[in-house]
Every structure is written in structure tokens, then in C-alpha cells.
Design a protein around this ligand. Structure first.
Ligand code: 4NP
Length: 166
């Protein structure tokens, strides 16, 4: 019997730097473990200023250098995402607050809404609660964000799928 699919939405501010990277890394790790069929994965931004744009070229470059292919176009998170996804992963505390407000407004009286979690809660080396926003920095910032997301996505996958199945 096939296992039920878990749907996971990665969310940052613009949906062009951090969340497309999180999405791509998570999918690659799930594929590595032969678990990609167990997950539906997407990403979105709390703001809509980059809607319709592909991922930032610096995110695409750091992903490609690590064998990860980024897909999709930016979109803003919607109230419906609160019931469409099982788990919504916030990149920082500001994203988390925006998501909690959306969930509260939309979710009054409804059950079965997404769990909102923090990406770095799954980073075993976290020294800060937030995945730093690399948008205004240089390539180094994107390298650093990649390492943070790789560790965090491993931790999240362990949590959702169980460790040691790779
Ligand atoms: P992201 O990065 O939230 O990781 O996609 C940003 C992208 C754009 C802006 C800020 C952060 N911006 O201000 O346009």
C-alpha cells in the first residue's frame, strides 16, 4: 500500500532567494532517499513584489554548483495554502508572524490547517532562529544560506520521513 503524501510549502519574503532553494534542496534530498513520491513540495513568498519571476540567478547558481535544479516562478502565499499544505516552513521570524496572522484570519473555526514551523528549528548547528536574507549581499551570503538550508532540510526530512532510511 502506498504511503500518504505529505505536502510541504517553503515560505520566505520574496520567493526568489531562500524558499526556492529550500524547495529544490528538499526535493533533491528526498530523491536521494527514494522518497520523492512521498512528498508534494512548493514554495511561496509572504510578499508579492516578485510574483511571476524565476528564482534569483544567485540562488540558481549556488544550487547548480551543488547539483540541485531550481524550478518554478514566484507566487505570493494565499489563505488557501493554509488548508492545501500539511506543513508550512517559515525562513525567518517575520515570515512566521505573517503566516500565523494569515492562518488565524483564515482558520477561525476550521480544523486541519497547516502546521507552521521554523526552518532553523531543524538545523542542528543553528546559532540564530532565522535563515538570513541574502538578497542585498553577495555570493558568499548565498553559499552560507545554501549550507544552512541543506542541514535544515536534512533535519526536516528526518522528522517527516524518519531518519536512517537512506
Ligand atoms: P527571499 O529574498 O525572501 O529569500 O526571496 C528577498 C527577495 C527580495 C526582496 C527581499 C528579500 N526584496 O526586498 O525585493
Amino acid at each position: 500500500m502506498s504511503r500518504p503524501t505529505t505536502s510541504v510549502l517553503f515560505v520566505c519574503l520574496g520567493n526568489i532567494c531562500r524558499s526556492p532553494l529550500g524547495e529544490g534542496i528538499f526535493v533533491a534530498l528526498a530523491e536521494e532517499r527514494g522518497l520523492d513520491g512521498d512528498f508534494h513540495v512548493d514554495s511561496a513568498g509572504t510578499a508579492g513584489y516578485h510574483s511571476g519571476e524565476p528564482p534569483d540567478s544567485r540562488s540558481t547558481a549556488v544550487a547548480a554548483a551543488n547539483g540541485v535544479h531550481l524550478t518554478g516562478y514566484a507566487r505570493q502565499v494565499t489563505p488557501r495554502d493554509m488548508e492545501r499544505f500539511d506543513v508550512i516552513v517559515a525562513m525567518d521570524r517575520s515570515n512566521q508572524r505573517s503566516l500565523q496572522r494569515l492562518r488565524q484570519r483564515y482558520g477561525r473555526g476550521r480544523g486541519g490547517l497547516a502546521d507552521i514551523v521554523m526552518m532553523r528549528d531543524y538545523d542542528p548547528d543553528a546559532r540564530d532562529a532565522d535563515v538570513p536574507d541574502p538578497y542585498y549581499g553577495g555570493h558568499d551570503g548565498f553559499e552560507r544560506v545554501y549550507r544552512i538550508l541543506e542541514r535544515s532540510c536534512r533535519g526536516l526530512l528526518d522528522e517527516l520521513a524518519g531518519p536512517g532510511r537512506d
